[in-house]
Design a protein around this ligand. Structure first.
Ligand code: DOR
Ligand code: ZN
Length: 371
């Protein structure tokens, strides 16, 4: 990584940066049930185009993934279509603590929705949390959608039941400060932050120049975009952030611009360019990025090695983000028109070129289940 740091000091020359295959532990694939937004094929093409060789898929599909039959539904679609490696979370419901625990070896982990979200999976009552904390294996990842005070409650559960938890998409100052304090106390909590919560704020509104997130519906995301003070605090407390994760949540442009726009942003193809641009701005190091997109998620989510796997990035390529260039089916990006630096040129997965110069070469079904 020292070499990379040296290279960064020399701007505007052609620089090929070699990174490990990136891991995104938070992706909404939308299959089964909403393949007009995305499916295992398009989601994994978007992943490879973004330098991501492993995705962990969220369970708020239609139907939600919460038992053996629904897990099989998702995994059989993934097996046939995925072009990169993958895992599938099980959702925590009111009635499935035993079943979820028994499926832990086959799943990426357990996802608990404790706050407002998209889809049916939500556990409001804390009595419903307890059996999951008691039964889900301590060695298997448990991921919380829990915001603000709900997050404080989730951390308390983690301490009481001595169960490691991973907090999804941290966005607020009060959250990152509490996570930092919990870590200092030895509570087994890890967390992730999404690029949109690092690079956008609640006051960023549509702009004619295109450097905006579009109409009002296009700003809808859960957790919501936060204040500048919140965003600054994430940057200040970078040491408490274990992973960067996209929360890639594709909804079509028609849905985002229509009545009742659903919350969520696509993110797989903008993750790395946004972070590398922050490296170029001196806000991050390459090592910060590699730790949070590879080393830490591999450890936290117990992921296997991917031998002969790497990503080649043209570090000095400067270009504009355009939805038209993306592989995601949703057809838009909140970062349309942003000028970024750093382009994925080639992805090699297990010795085979999976993506090169804008083309996905990996075949559907070539991705492997990480479990
Ligand atoms: O913005 C969001 N979109 N937040 C969530 O919690 C769910 C996600 C989705 O699935 O669309
Ligand atoms: Zn999500």
């Amino acid at each position: 990584m020292d070499d990379n740091a040296e290279r960064l000091k020399k701007p505007y020359t052609f620089l090929m940066l070699k990174l490990p295959g990136l891991i995104d532990p938070h992706v909404h694939v939308r299959e089964p049930g909403q393949t007009h937004k995305e499916d295992w094929d398009t989601a994994t093409q978007a992943a490879l185009a973004g330098g991501v060789t492993t995705i962990l898929a969220m369970p708020n599909t239609k139907p939600p993934i919460f038992d053996e039959a629904t897990l099989e539904l998702a995994l059989s679609a993934a097996k046939a279509k995925a072009r990169c490696d993958y895992g599938q979370y099980i959702g925590a419901g009111p009635d499935n603590p035993d079943v979820a625990a028994s499926l832990a070896p086959k799943a990426a982990g357990l996802k608990m929705y404790l706050d407002s979200t998209f889809g049916e999976l939500r556990l409001d009552d804390m009595t419903l949390w307890t059996p999951h904390f008691q039964k889900f294996p301590k060695s298997a990842p448990m991921v919380m959608h829990s915001e603000s005070r709900t997050m404080a409650a989730a951390i308390l559960f983690s301490a009481i039941y001595d169960h490691p938890i991973h907090i999804a998409h941290v966005s607020l100052k009060e959250e990152i400060l509490l996570i930092k304090a919990a870590k200092e106390k030895g509570i087994k909590v890890t967390c992730e932050v999404c690029p949109h919560h690092l690079f956008l704020t609640s006051s960023l509104r549509p702009s004619p120049s295109g450097r905006g997130v579009g109409g009002e519906g296009r700003t809808e995301v859960r957790p919501r975009l936060a204040t500048k003070e919140d965003v600054d605090s994430l940057w200040i407390n970078l040491d408490a952030i274990d992973c960067f994760a996209t929360d890639h949540a594709p909804h079509t442009l028609a849905e985002k611009d229509g009545e009742n726009p659903p919350p969520g942003f696509p993110g797989l193809e903008t993750l790395l360019p946004l972070l590398l641009t922050a490296v170029d701005d001196g806000r991050l190091t390459i090592d910060d990025v590699v730790q949070r997109l590879s080393t830490n998620p591999k450890r936290i989510f117990h992921l296997p090695d991917q031998p002969e796997t790497w990503v080649e990035v043209d570090e000095n390529a400067v270009y504009e983000i355009k939805a038209a260039d993306q592989f995601t089916r949703c057809g838009w990006t909140p970062f349309e028109g942003w000028k970024v630096r750093g382009k994925v040129r080639k992805v090699v997965l297990r010795g085979k070129t999976a993506f090169e110069d804008g083309k996905v070469l990996a075949k559907p079904g070539s991705g492997r289940n990480v479990r």
